[in-house]
Design a protein around this ligand. Structure first.
Ligand SMILES: [Zn+2]
Length: 163
């Protein structure tokens, strides 16, 4: 984990304080734009496009978040602010940015209640996790549902497995 994980988490927690009753006021938006800069605007765009997905595994109740980025999907652990994107490696880890747009988008979506919920069985957890990690590790190639990079490979009930 990043040495700045605690600091990044503290910055992200500001979002919780700004979003009241699932709403983002103009003042709140200005405050967050001040904190996160252009990354906040980019994150808000992701949230509005429905790029944040909450996977709930049953019956364990385990939760994993996915943010669909332009080129790939990012697995986000809400309690450990960490992301596999280049921005995280290049800017967040050296302290020049507070968080990447994916982390901001996840937090924002979670606070605003603006995310899609996908329910999966626990049996599928390991396989999905493997897939997400694979997606993280490799540049995303074209898939059947990724036109414009907007749609998740995992949207809908169908799970594509290469196996
Ligand atoms: Zn990221």
């Amino acid at each position: 984990m990043s040495v700045d994980g605690g600091r990044t988490l503290a910055e992200l927690e500001r979002i919780d304080g700004v979003v009241g009753e699932g709403k983002l006021s103009k003042e709140g938006m200005a405050k967050l734009r001040e904190t996160f800069g252009a990354r906040f605007t980019a994150a808000l765009r992701l949230v509005r496009r429905g790029c944040v997905k909450k996977y709930v595994f049953k019956p364990s109740g385990r939760v994993r978040w996915i943010v669909v980025g332009n080129e790939r999907e990012y697995l986000i652990y809400d309690r450990a602010p960490y992301c596999h994107c280049d921005d995280f490696y290049l800017s967040v880890m050296n302290g020049s940015a507070k968080a990447c747009k994916h982390l901001i988008a996840q937090r924002l979506a979670s606070q605003l209640g603006l995310y899609e919920v996908e329910e999966e069985s626990d049996e599928k957890y390991v396989r999905l996790l493997e897939e997400w990690r694979k997606v993280d590790a490799l540049p995303r190639t074209k898939g059947p549902n990724v036109a414009g990079g907007r749609r998740s490979r995992w949207s809908g009930d169908e799970v594509h497995s290469p196996y």
